[in-house]
Design a protein around this ligand. Sequence first.
Ligand code: ADP
Ligand code: ASP
Ligand code: MG
Length: 401
Amino acid sequence: MSIIVQKYGGTSVATIDKIKSVAKLLIKRKEAGSNVVAVVSAMGKTTDNLIRMTKEISANPSKRELDMLISTGEQITSSLLAMTLKELGYDSISLTGFQAGIKTGDSHTKAPILDVDIKRVEKYLNEGKIVIVAGFQGMDKNGDITTLGRGGSDTTAVALAAKLNCPCEIYTDVHGIYGTDPGIYPNAKKLDYITYEEMMEMASLGAKVIETRAVELGCKYNVPIYIALNTGECLGTYIKELDESMETKVITGLTVNDDDLMVTINNVLYNTKDIYNIFNKLSSRDINIDMISQTAPVNGYVNISFTAPKCSKSIIEELVDELKTNMEKIKVDIQEDITKISVVGLGMRTQSGVAAKIFKIFADNDIEFKQVTTSEIRISYTINTKDREKAVSNIAKEFNL
Ligand code: ADP
Ligand code: ASP
Ligand code: MG
């Protein structure tokens, strides 16, 4: 009997009625002859609400306790779904991440999956049960509950599919993967397929339709991943290896990310020790730097800009104060209303001219850009957030996304 892993995200299980609809889809698949494993997220905005509660207690709560708390959302959904299936006459069992054999590292709130002991899931499948697994969570070597990072239920699903050697279907609130976020550009076109490599790049740049590590695992273990609307009725998008049937576009996707801020340190003495000192301090506090730019030296001084997650703002401010004690001349500006937009496409390996087209769009539409970085299949730009919609719609039109 074939096995299928399906994953249902927060909006797909937001109410009891929606959980009942998911149960019917699982039954349909079971009746069609598959062994079914369903991975579920927390209902609706449960995880956000749990995190909000902690903010009333502490600005920086213990990460172990945070994991104890936020892992509960998925457990609620999994037990409710298993109960619904039983009520409809189908044998089912819900499992926590640990019970499903998800073993993780111990970095709380962003733990990597190290291994999956699949025996218990396989046993229940052999008994004919529909197995429901609480996504987003696992257990570390100390026996503590961990979570995998926001959006981590996708990763749970692909890891289980890799171990069960079967495809993974991810059901969500959009019809599949689009050329750009349909929530920002409603005319975006749905893709029939996309390569692992392009999707990994898009996910890591902020297309939250699937979590980056889920795509990485899919690529590593060659798990066919299919993303579609949670009614299961319309054709979605396949994530797979590049093959001859796929048309290589110059640009496949455009991503938008508002999660970073930009720090500019003016009047830095142009010497490598001072510059090293700045970035060393940031790294010692685990600040994840993304884009970096530097002006040409004028009278021995440069201005350095970098982007980092908005959630690190308070630590950055502390570090800036420390830096000012030794570097009296520096002036620091932190800008939060910036957006990173990136174009991604395998075709950029062989075709030039993408950057020029985007610079023309910026020039024609009066869009100021602050930083540009490139990789083999990506170009990213930092712009002012006020220009976000204008930039997205013009780039999407130019590249037919
Ligand atoms: P789930 O709760 O099912 O995990 P998410 O909210 O994590 O769903 O992901 C789905 C959302 O991803 C969509 O509502 C959409 O706004 C957003 N999104 C961002 N980029 C894209 C894209 N390129 N294609 C489709 N959806 C995208
Ligand atoms: N509930 C978790 C989150 O909101 C995990 C997930 O939905 O995949 O991030
Ligand atoms: Mg998600």
